[in-house]
Design a protein around this ligand. Structure first.
Ligand SMILES: NC(=O)c1ccc[n+]([C@@H]2O[C@H](COP(=O)([O-])OP(=O)(O)OC[C@H]3O[C@@H](n4cnc5c(N)ncnc54)[C@H](OP(=O)(O)O)[C@@H]3O)[C@@H](O)[C@H]2O)c1
Length: 273
């Protein structure tokens, strides 16, 4: 990557992305500047070889990064943005904050090239999904550079309407947490059936990992993969009938995704204030 990269906020998602960029060799550690107020998180980032700062004000006044990634909580975005205005006129600014609209970012940073991206934490191991929407000031070169950067974390999908970022937030951005919770629940069910907690957790993790990998590797649709496990009158059919009766699992997932979507819309309103 050409030029410097500035990461603002190195919490859970910022660190996951940073690890992905460095592991892929896409950026040299000394070309990355991280602003993170929490000392322990700053130390973790520093251990990766990047340059760290506690505050935006600690950046050199002449610092002009080619790429800026905003990875702070949506609730603090309005307070964080103004300090970066002097540094970003030439940058492409990528916000990963749930709900925060490009108009909000442009209101604080000026008429800049800006991208909303919604990654997820598997980006730390190159297995993430990121959904991207760019404003019309992003040049083809900037778009290509940001796509390559985000690709170090896994798949990148472009959408044509900014509102679809909120939909993606509810599916993939938050979705890894749904899967982690599914693993917890499957492991708990295993212990209730007499497996040791250790074995139950191992089986739950391996099953989600294996089924996910098979779903990715096979051309076969997931519905067909499911049918291949489900012999008539067998154990899987008995178990699945609980999940499918009255579309129980679909309805639960739809309710969960809708709650996430509504929260993204609320966060957008908070960002405007
Ligand atoms: N976690 C996910 O799976 C995920 C997925 C997709 C998108 N996102 C988005 O990613 C963003 C970060 O989420 P997260 O889970 O990584 O949150 P997080 O763990 O709280 O990380 C945010 C970090 O930014 C720091 N920060 C606060 N003010 C700052 C400032 N002025 N300058 C620089 N850093 C500052 C926070 O410090 P304090 O704790 O002191 O405030 C915190 O360490 C959110 O907007 C979220 O919507 C997260």
């Amino acid at each position: 990557m050409n030029g410097a990269l500035l990461l603002v906020g190195c919490g859970n998602m910022g660190r996951a992305m940073l690890q992905g960029w460095l592991a892929a060799g896409f950026v040299r550690p000394d070309a990355v500047h991280v602003v993170e107020p929490v000392e322990a998180l700053r130390a973790e980032a520093g251990a990766l070889g990047v340059r760290t700062h506690a505050l935006a004000e600690a950046l050199d006044a002449s610092f002009r990064p080619t790429t800026v990634v905003l990875a702070v909580k949506p609730q603090v975005m309005a307070a964080v943005l103004p300090a970066y205005r002097p540094h970003v006129a030439e940058s492409v600014v990528v916000s990963i904050a749930a709900g925060i609209q490009l108009a909000t970012i442009e209101a604080d940073l000026g008429e800049i090239a800006a991208i909303r991206a919604m990654p997820n934490t598997p980006a730390a191991i190159g297995k993430g999904s990121t959904v991207v929407f760019a404003n019309d000031r992003v040049s083809p070169q900037q778009a290509a550079q940001v796509t390559r950067l985000l690709s170090t974390g896994g798949a990148v999908h472009h959408v044509d309407h900014e509102a679809l970022i909120d939909a993606a937030t509810a599916i993939s951005g938050s979705g890894s947490a749904y899967v982690f919770h599914f693993i917890e629940g499957l492991a708990e069910a295993g212990t209730q059936l007499g497996l040791s907690p250790r074995t139950a957790l191992a089986l739950a993790r391996e099953t989600v990992f294996g089924a996910g990998a098979l779903a990715m590797a096979a051309d076969t649709p997931p519905a067909e993969l499911r049918r291949q496990v489900t012999s008539p009158g067998g154990t899987t059919e008995a178990a699945l009938s609980v999940l499918t009766e009255n579309d129980a699992l679909y309805i639960l997932l739809s309710q969960a995704a809708n709650a996430g979507y509504r929260r993204a819309v609320e966060l957008a309103k908070l960002g405007e204030s």
